[in-house]
Design a protein around this ligand. Structure first.
Ligand SMILES: Nc1ncnc2c1ncn2[C@@H]1O[C@H](COP(=O)(O)OP(=O)(O)O)[C@@H](O)[C@H]1O
Ligand SMILES: [Mg+2]
Length: 338
């Protein structure tokens, strides 16, 4: 065929989506490679779902275009759709139907032959670890089991690209980690994964590359480690003391003796120890000790993706599922122009 067939992956070219006067997606361009796990990370309302709905041809871009393996989705909607699987928070299993029936009903939508469908259902039940529960009503399943069934259901037609819109929002930690395992397994089978998330640690744990988006715009793209390097060259130092007054004293001390910008949130002080500034941890701790302040804990760590996010979006995660507001450290990062 033409050179088209060589353009593997997904090419998102300057897509814009306006709803009336409001611009939800404001000129996003991305090249997602075949076989990777690509994360779209951003707070509520950033434009994640709108972006993936355009990839799926569920929404028409106001402008821009999307190519999947070289095919323009606007011109080849059906072919493009066949390559894509989608799991959203709204992808729910039917509680009154058994696991097997859920897969059967959904599989019929894709016009699989009876033989193909039977084979796919068997494989799907194995993948979801639900073979022993195949003929039990999905409504009786735990949240984690239902989510796994939703995932294999969304993949019944064997998509080459799987799109997961906030696959773990609302799940508890155990089920979240288990879902991460399933996503990695799917990717190992050669399926390209695009996932959206508000969880920094999720993007960090799963993704080969991440685009941080906010207000419909890309703030940065890179591997998790590239993004971390982009932001802070030093280490984040956290000191916890016993009372708030002492914490404020330490903030003042760091400023006066070491010229360091720090902030306190309750009993926790956070600052950044820049590389090559010759500020030695033992000196800081010595100075605190001489003030007669007792330290409960000290933690020196590499910047996390959380730090990256704050730097790039200029604010904390807004209105997230976890209800995070800006932490003291995050505010400090901003004041330091990070
Ligand atoms: N159909 C719509 N009409 C008007 N505004 C919309 C519509 N869909 C989404 N939006 C707005 O676009 C912005 C981005 O939404 P969305 O893509 O759902 O964000 P995310 O998935 O990142 O939370 C939000 O401000 C949302 O209110
Ligand atoms: Mg969304």
């Amino acid at each position: 065929m033409s050179s088209m067939s060589e353009q593997r992956g997904i090419s998102i070219q300057s897509i814009v989506k306006r709803f009336g006067d409001f611009t939800a997606v404001d000129g996003i361009s991305l090249e997602i490679k075949e076989g990777e796990i690509f994360g779209i990370l951003g707070p509520n309302g950033a434009g994640k779902t709108t972006t993936i709905n355009m990839i799926l041809s569920l929404l028409k871009p106001t402008s821009g275009r999307i190519l999947i393996n070289g095919l323009d989705t606007a011109k080849h909607e059906m072919e493009a759709k066949k390559m894509l699987g989608l799991m959203t928070q709204e992808t729910v299993v039917e509680g009154d139907l058994t696991a097997r029936e859920n897969l059967m009903v959904f599989g019929r939508l894709y016009h699989l032959t009876a033989e193909q469908l039977e084979k796919r259902i068997k494989e799907s039940l194995i993948e979801a670890g639900l073979t022993d529960f195949a003929d039990k009503k999905a409504g009786t399943f735990s949240g984690g089991m239902q989510r796994r069934l939703e995932l294999v259901k969304a993949m019944i037609q064997e998509p080459k690209i799987m799109i997961l819109d906030e696959p773990t929002t609302g799940l508890d930690v155990q089920n979240r980690v288990s879902m991460w395992g399933h996503i990695k397994d799917i990717n190992k089978e050669g399926i390209t994964i695009i996932l959206t998330t508000q969880y920094l640690e999720e993007a960090d744990a799963l993704c080969d590359r991440i685009a941080v988006i906010d207000h419909g715009k890309i703030k940065a793209i890179g591997t998790p480690s590239e993004l971390k390097k982009m932001v802070v060259t030093g280490r984040v130092l956290e000191i916890v003391v016993e009372d708030i007054k002492e914490a404020n004293e330490i903030v003042a001390l760091l400023k006066s003796q070491f010229g360091m910008a720090a902030s306190a949130k309750a009993e926790k002080i956070t600052t950044v120890v820049e590389q090559g500034k010759n500020i030695v941890l033992t000196k800081i701790l010595g100075a605190i000790d001489r003030k007669g302040i007792k330290i409960s804990s000290v933690n020196l760590h590499l910047p996390t993706l959380d730090d990256v996010f704050i730097k790039l979006t200029g604010e904390g995660l807004r209105d997230t599922a976890s209800g995070n507001s800006m932490s003291g450290r995050d505010k400090m990062m901003m004041r330091m122009g990070r």
